[in-house]
Design a protein around this ligand. Structure first.
Ligand code: SF4
Ligand code: SF4
Length: 435
């Protein structure tokens, strides 16, 4: 695993707040995982107006067809910030909005037979190509994960291949502050594609670690370090954030914070702790994946490459699709939460007085009958046929179209499938090919 030359450390919640504030000062809008309202039972990618909007002490609990949040502990002193995994929405929802008006037409006052057409501005049109919307520029993402970043690249690649990509200046690129997944969810399988749980290609990556230390009482002293500890008998839990800058946009943040002594170089012990934390996370992922893909060979080598693409292609006419998709409702939830699904359709609307009309681009799903409607008929009439289309596009034909996998292993489709169809387990079942 390639690592930045020297990691830095911010201590406790106050240290993380300094990093957040530094990012916030540079960005008009900061997006990250948060709770849309206090009683929400799932995280969403939303605007973080301040440090307090980060979901502190929240642990996600995901299983096939199940998503809930748990409160970590009452004591807020050492509550974690990044023990959850990504929520239902992803950066796609910001950069390729679910609804976008393409044009509006208003009947002119002078002549009722004529219309004035207003196209979406050039900048708004660009927002369809992973170009941040000018009204929210410059944007920063804070605490997103390696699968999110991978999905952003995957989506950008789609638009580039389709000729919709537009050149971006460095200032227009979102600032990417990622967080390592220290507690991967049961449905995650990013490591099957050769990345995660740490992120190596963001501007800055943060790994949250906890150190158990012996308590040393210094009467009257209330140092910042002591405030980061929460006492449990004779030991205290100290929270640190290991920070790695990977780009020329990330390094100035580290330099500015180091100058003000809010960051310092990681000690040998802290570097070892970081390695142990990431190893533990990798091991957890390995176990979750092994539970669904028992075959070691399939687990280790095929998912990101052409092998899986070929294995699924060989099964294109298999009857097993009927079994795999037996309980599928064709609801399209999986495609809505998938961070790389990019299909859209258009809706036209007109006001009741027939004075105004508009055309809106909205997300579409390959699970609808209309999605494959061609020349008076729907190609994918049955649910198994739609399920096959969905899985084979993600893991097989995406390779032919865009030269890589269309799946990033985030597990969202499994979590938010109402009947709990496990995408990874189903793909593995299909590759076995026994009918
Ligand atoms: S197919 Fe499922 S696991 Fe893969 S990227 Fe989409 S939502 Fe995530
Ligand atoms: S796989 Fe699950 S989420 Fe996707 S369409 Fe079928 S029932 Fe809905």
């Amino acid at each position: 695993m390639k690592r930045a030359l020297s990691s830095c450390v911010a201590e406790g919640a106050e240290g993380l707040r300094r990093i957040f504030d530094q990012v916030k000062n540079q960005s008009r809008c900061v997006y990250g995982y948060g709770l849309s309202h206090p009683a929400a039972n799932a995280l969403e990618l939303c605007e973080l107006f301040g440090f307090e909007d980060l979901p502190r002490g929240v642990v996600s609990n995901y299983a096939p067809g199940h998503a809930s949040l748990e409160k970590e502990r009452e004591d807020q002193t050492c509550s974690s910030f990044f023990r959850h995994t990504p929520g239902a929405t992803s950066p796609k929802s910001i950069q390729l909005p679910p609804r976008r008006v393409i044009w509006k037409a208003n009947r002119t006052k002078e002549d009722h037979q004529k219309f004035q057409i207003a196209l979406a501005s050039a900048e708004q049109q660009k927002s369809n190509t992973l170009q941040p919307n000018p009204e929210i520029l410059p944007v920063a993402f804070f605490g997103i994960r390696s699968c999110d970043l991978r999905a952003m690249h995957t989506l950008q690649n789609v638009f580039d291949v389709q000729g919709q990509g537009v050149p971006k200046s460095a200032a227009e690129m979102p600032l990417l502050i990622t967080a390592s997944c220290v507690e991967p969810g049961h449905n995650c399988f990013c490591t099957s594609f050769g990345y995660g749980p740490e992120c190596q290609d963001s501007d800055l990556n943060i790994t949250e670690c906890f150190v158990e230390e012996e308590v040393q009482h210094n009467k009257g002293s209330e140092s910042a370090l002591e405030k980061t500890k929460c006492e449990q008998g004779k030991t205290a839990r100290k929270q640190i954030f290991v920070v790695d800058a990977h780009t020329t946009r990330g390094r100035p943040i580290v330099e500015a914070l180091s100058k003000d002594q809010h960051l310092r170089h990681a000690s040998q012990h802290e570097t070892a702790l970081l390695t142990a934390t990431l190893k533990r996370s990798q091991q957890r992922l390995k176990e979750f994946i092994a539970a669904r893909v028992p075959n070691e060979e399939n687990r280790s080598k095929v998912w990101a490459g052409a092998d899986i693409a070929k294995q699924l292609r060989d099964q294109a006419r298999s009857k097993n699709w009927e079994t795999i998709a037996e309980s599928c409702l064709s609801c399209g939830n999986c495609t809505m939460v998938c961070p790389t699904c990019f299909c859209t359709t258009v809706e036209d609307s007109i006001d009741l007085e027939a004075q105004r009309s508009e055309r809106t681009q909205v997300w579409d799903s390959c699970f609808t009958a209309g999605h494959s409607y061609v020349h008076g008929g729907t190609v994918h009439k049955s649910t198994p046929s739609r399920y096959r289309q969905w899985m084979m596009h993600k893991l097989s034909s995406w390779h032919d179209q865009f030269g890589e996998s269309g799946c990033v292993g985030c597990g969202r489709c499994t979590t938010w499938c109402p009947v709990g169809i496990d995408f990874l387990a189903s793909a593995y079942q299909m590759t076995k090919g026994v009918e």
